[in-house]
Design a protein. Structure first.
Length: 404
């Protein structure tokens, strides 16, 4: 019969019921041993850390264990000893710092206090841990060490600033930055930091570039403006070097420390060369005639087709040199100087053909699609040839940032 197979139906239903009902039991039966293994591992790892003398890590491991199993015997037994050993180790480091001649010892002391405070905070996350250990609060010690560390940096910065030279002012700047990292609003450290920077910075003034032809002056000014803007925004030109356009000298009340002087010379814009190459071409081709043979097949004949392809290449060369000098203000000491070459070549190629175009290959046909186009205007050619000069210039100034 074509009716429902009741045996198959109820058998499938029973199998589905067993899978559905047994799945939570199966998950629970697998989860409990896994959790037990995890807790056992946590306990064993804490004990291993303790035996290896890694007391800070052992304390944290025992606290985590007690958060999950507050009655764990191993954690309860070893936590107090691990904590005491950890405190003894950190306090010993603190004592060594206190008797040392390290000028920056308070920063190290603060780090030790913070490590002990971290244990205090960890133990307070577990009532069971607090039942066996009464941790010490080091927050006041951290605050005192931080203030002492800030004061040391502050005094070092003041002493350097009083030397009244760029090198010392730059070191003073770093000291005041470190002071404020310890205590954000410490005395007048922020104002002294800004003063140290102002006294330690080297202001480089980029002079106006003169060219012999007024026709290119606008383009030269564009070159200089781009250079100044990039130097201002570059992150790798030195923390204590600032570049300014000459026009900013009076408007922004800038104190010049050095002058960047540049001059283009021996440059040629638009040197044009035209090359013509005529090529006689020939090719054998097969043509079909209007005559048929006795079978009705059209007859073919081999012929030679010819033509002349003239390729015209127009090249426009722009090249020149730029001298630059970096001169110290007042003493006129030459900090650096160099001569930088630059060039740009524009080229256009097209072709003229006379003859039977069946003689042409694909590359020649593509060449014939090109057109005779004029070169860019002289100002654009001038700007193009300065690009490699610009790159060399920026690289040289980047390398000089360490001596400015």
């Amino acid at each position: 019969m074509g009716g429902l197979n009741l045996k198959y139906y109820f058998g499938t239903l029973n199998h589905t019921y067993q899978r559905t009902c047994m799945f939570p039991v199966l998950r629970k039966s697998l989860l409990l041993p896994a959790l037990a293994l995890l807790l056992l591992f946590a306990c064993k790892s804490g004990e291993k850390l303790y035996n290896k003398g890694r007391y800070d890590e052992a304390v944290n491991a025992f606290v985590k264990k007690l958060q999950q199993r507050p009655q764990d015997e191993t954690a309860l037994r070893l936590l107090r000893e691990a904590y005491n050993q950890s405190l003894a180790s950190h306090e010993a480091v603190v004592n060594r710092y206190l008797v040392s001649n390290d000028a920056l010892k308070w920063e190290g002391i603060k780090q030790e206090y913070r490590a002990m405070q971290a244990l205090y905070n960890a133990i307070h996350t577990s009532p069971a841990a607090l039942g066996v250990v009464t941790p010490k609060d080091y927050s006041a010690d951290i605050s005192g060490a931080r203030q002492n560390a800030a004061d040391v940096r502050y005094q070092r910065g003041v002493a350097l600033l009083q030397q009244n030279n760029k090198s010392a002012s730059r070191q003073a700047f770093d000291e005041f930055v470190a002071c404020l990292a310890q205590q954000r609003d410490y005395k007048d450290a922020a104002a002294l930091r800004d003063q140290a920077f102002a006294e330690g910075v080297t202001n480089v003034i980029v002079s106006r570039i003169e060219v012999r032809s007024p026709y290119y002056q606008f383009t030269v000014d564009q070159f200089r403006n781009s250079l100044v803007n990039d130097l201002k925004n570059a992150s790798d030109m030195g923390r204590f070097v600032r570049y300014y356009d000459e026009s900013e000298l009076t408007t922004n009340n800038i104190r010049p420390d050095a002058w960047l002087q540049m001059q283009f010379f021996d440059f040629v814009v638009g040197e044009t060369h035209t090359d013509r190459y005529a090529q006689d071409l020939s090719r054998d081709v097969v043509v079909q005639l209007n005559q048929q043979d006795s079978t009705g097949k059209y007859l073919e004949r081999h012929i030679t087709v010819r033509g002349t392809l003239t390729t015209i290449t127009r090249t426009v060369i722009t090249k020149g040199m730029m001298d630059y000098q970096l001169v110290a203000q007042g003493s006129n000491r030459m900090i650096s100087q160099d001569r930088l070459p630059g060039s740009f070549t524009w080229q256009n190629q097209f072709a003229i053909f006379k003859g039977d175009d069946r003689v042409l290959d694909d590359a020649q046909r593509k060449l014939l699609q090109n057109r005779d186009v004029p070169p860019p205007p002289p100002q654009d050619l001038f700007m193009a040839f300065t690009r490699p000069i610009y790159s060399q210039m920026a690289g040289n100034l980047q390398r000089l940032s360490g001596v400015l």
